[in-house]
Write a protein that binds this ligand. Sequence first.
Ligand SMILES: [Zn+2]
Length: 189
Amino acid sequence: MCGIPQTTTELCQECATVFPAFTALRSWGLYEGALREAIHKLKYRNDLGVSEELARPLSALLTGSGWHVDLISPVPLSRKRLKTRGYNQAAMIARWVSFTNRIPFYPGVMVRSKDTISQVGLSGEERRLNVLEAFEANPAIATGKSILVIDDVATTGATMQACALALLKSGASHVYGLTLARAGHIHIS
Ligand SMILES: [Zn+2]
């Protein structure tokens, strides 16, 4: 369900421990090499132009997924983080995917109500607790909708899980996740 590459059809360890609230989470590539570099450009070097190029494979992934999606939302940044960076890198990508796949873009469906510390360097359990209840969704937009949440990188899927819980609590029918890259303990078992 969480998209960690594996050769068996059983649930992975993460999904077996905490059953995902989202229907599926998929990533385009591994967080390494040129993809990692491109994400860094988008995220830390204000290279917004790269977002269009990065969104292209995600659009194709969505087209081939067979998922029914009513609206698209980025993983929101906290107000503080947004102020520092000036833009939400996930929203830059999500907007292009929305435009290409002709699915409405609704960044207002969720807000990040809790200012969390960076997930980098935290264990799976720490990540879960760190983002727990960090997001709040708007039932006026979410109710009855199948929602695709887009982010730049997923590691354990804890952020996506927190988003899915908030959206489902606010009445969403399904939540899907797409990220550009998958980081961390990639294991082929
Ligand atoms: Zn899994």
